[in-house]
Each structure stands twice: as C-alpha cells, then as structure tokens.
Ligand binder design. Structure first.
Ligand code: GDP
Ligand code: MG
Length: 203
C-alpha cells in the first residue's frame, strides 16, 4: 500500500497523566518515574505495522493545552493523536473534551480544503457528485493510563467506552507505561488509522 515517508503522532492530555512516560516507554523501552512536566519534545522511531514499516515522529506535548494557540499548533501539525487520561483521576477525562473538539474543528476544515485543492481524492470526488462517501475520521486513540494502579482507580471502563462511542467509536485502550501494558498497541493502532486515512486521501 502507498504511504507517506513519515507520520506524526501527537500525544495530548492533562498534566501528569503519563504522556511522557508512555512516549519514553515506547521510544526507549524504559519507565521514567520522574519526568519534567514542562518538557515538550519530539522523538523518531520506525514502526512495523502489518508488514509496513513507517517512520514515526512522536510529539510529547507539555500539557499546556490551556493555551489554545499552542494546542491548535499541535493539532495542525499532527497526522494522528493519542488522547491520554489517567485511570486514577476522573478530572483528566474531562480535560480531553476541548482537545477532541479542537481536533474535529481544525482537521475537518483542513482535510476538506486539502482534498478540494488537489481536486482529487475519493472524498472530493464523492462531494462533487453530491454523494456522501464516509471519510475515515481523524486518527485518534483514547488512552486510559496507569492501569497498574488498580487500588487508585477512579474511572470505570464503561465511562471511557461511552466517551469513545460518543466520539464515533474511536478505539479505547487501557495502558500502563510502568508495567508496559498496551504501549505498543496504542501506537500501532494510530499508525494503522493514519495509513488508512492516507490511502483514502490519495485514492
Ligand atoms: P505527563 O505530564 O502526562 O507527561 O506525565 P508523566 O509521564 O510525567 O507522568 C506523571 C507521573 O505519573 C510520573 O511520576 C510517572 O512516573 C507516573 N506514571 C506515568 N505513567 C504511569 C503508569 O502507567 N503507572 C504508574 N504507576 N505511574 C505512571
Ligand atoms: Mg510530560
């Protein structure tokens, strides 16, 4: 399948939910118990998914989402998103709503415009013919992290599953950066979605 040389995944969510721990676990296969909360950094790694090797850029954001201008830059630059909350903090789920809405707002318009500008793509063609062809949604994975802290858990599985349904069925995973549970899986899932979205845009 045709695909781009590099995809960019942006990790977003509230402070302290484990964005950096997940990123560092994925990139370096280690768990960091203390990580500077202000660090925003990008990392590169190749990942093989279903026999396709893609180069990934992973942007670990610094939880400065309250500054919407910065947050919108993150969203614009990303091809796919891991939206992370902590299973041990109910408030961290609510923080994802604004991010999700921002992704929808920014990506719906930029996708549409790009397809129209190229004058091609299945979406643009279907639009021109007045049909509705379902474009794959923006690649997003919902991530509930700190699964290992069972005794501190505040967010039930059904709460997150309902949220993922309300977002049109985005995949939901429960992870532990500490115990290395589902860390590779969330990156693989978003990469699969990005490859698919890309194939659609160029079909
Ligand atoms: P960020 O602000 O979202 O980047 O959060 P960090 O990655 O810096 O993590 C905040 C704190 O939670 C740190 O002390 C991490 O070691 C800890 N942490 C992150 N992920 C996990 C996890 O899966 N399990 C446990 N027990 N602690 C975690
Ligand atoms: Mg961090």
């Amino acid at each position: 399948m045709r695909h781009r040389p590099e995809y960019k995944v942006v990790i977003m969510g509230g402070g302290g939910v484990g964005k950096s721990a997940l990123t560092v676990r994925f990139i370096h296969q280690i768990f960091v118990s203390a990580y500077d909360p202000t660090i925003e950094d990008s990392y590169r790694r190749n990942l093989n998914v279903d026999g396709i090797t893609v180069a990934l850029e992973v942007l670990d954001t610094a939880g400065t989402e309250q500054f919407m201008s910065l947050s919108s830059l993150y969203v614009r630059s990303g091809d796919g998103f891991l939206l992370v909350f902590s299973l041990t903090l109910l408030d961290s789920v609510a923080e994802l709503h604004t991010i999700w809405e921002q992704i929808q707002r920014i990506k719906e318009t930029t996708h549409g415009t790009a397809a129209a500008a190229r004058g091609g793509g299945a979406g643009a063609r279907a639009g021109a013919m007045g049909e509705k062809l379902e474009r794959p949604r923006v690649p997003v994975v919902l991530v509930g992290n700190k699964l290992d802290l069972q005794h501190e858990r505040q967010v039930g599985r059904e709460v997150a599953v309902n949220l993922s349904r309300s977002w049109g069925g985005v995949p939901y995973y429960e992870t532990s950066a500490r115990k290395e549970i589902n860390v590779a899986a969330i990156f693989e899932d978003v990469v699969r979605q990005m490859i698919k979205a890309d194939a659609f845009a160029s079909s």
